[in-house]
Design a protein. Structure first.
Length: 188
């Protein structure tokens, strides 16, 4: 299941305000995608995601094998409270964005090429070796990048357990929704 939130500016009672649309996209064992729900909230929070998880459970979603989520604090715990057997996969794109936002323009292409060797590796063992090589090359200049990848490795590497899977990104859920809805406004 892919879960992400998309933030919109909407007109509400004559004012422009920010609203969050929570999207839960399920993929069954045959590869069929289904939008399980779209919910509007004021801002993204793990507490709201917990209410969504409970709602999905009440609507008949019995189990989730893998949940691909962004790095929102408390999000994995909200999922595990309702679906304790679910494996959490942190969105690779969110991780890349968060860990490289302060990289110098002159370094970004080389750094991203080295980082891609980590998340695009064919096995977890190879990925960990590439992460160490990344550290050797970039840690002196950008120490937080290696640290965040290393600290989050347990949830960044879930997809290696499933060789047929590719690196997972919840960003595609929001982008797919934006494309299909043609960025229409949600009116309260």
């Amino acid at each position: 299941m892919f879960m992400d939130a998309v933030h919109y500016h909407v007109r509400s009672e004559g004012r422009i305000v920010k609203r969050t649309v929570y999207i839960a996209l399920g993929i069954d064992m045959n590869g069929k995608k289904d939008v399980l729900g779209m919910y509007v909230g004021e801002s993204e929070s793990a507490k709201f995601w917990l209410s969504i998880m409970n709602g999905l459970k009440n609507c008949g979603v019995e189990d989730i094998l893998i949940a691909c989520v962004d790095g929102l604090s408390g999000f994995p715990q909200a999922i595990e409270a309702v679906y304790p057997q679910t494996e959490i996969q942190q969105c690779i794109i969110h991780q890349i964005r968060n860990s490289t936002k302060f990289v110098s323009y002159k370094d970004i292409k080389k750094l991203m090429a080295d980082l891609k060797r980590v998340y695009a590796a064919p096995t977890e063992e190879t990925a960990l070796n590439e992460l160490e090589l990344f550290k050797d090359k970039w840690d002196a200049k950008y120490p937080k990048i290696y640290k965040t990848w290393h600290d989050n490795w347990a949830t960044l590497s879930t997809y290696f357990k499933y060789p047929e899977a590719e690196p997972m990104s919840s960003v595609s859920v929001g982008n797919e929704h934006n494309y299909q809805s043609n960025r229409s406004y949600i009116l309260s």
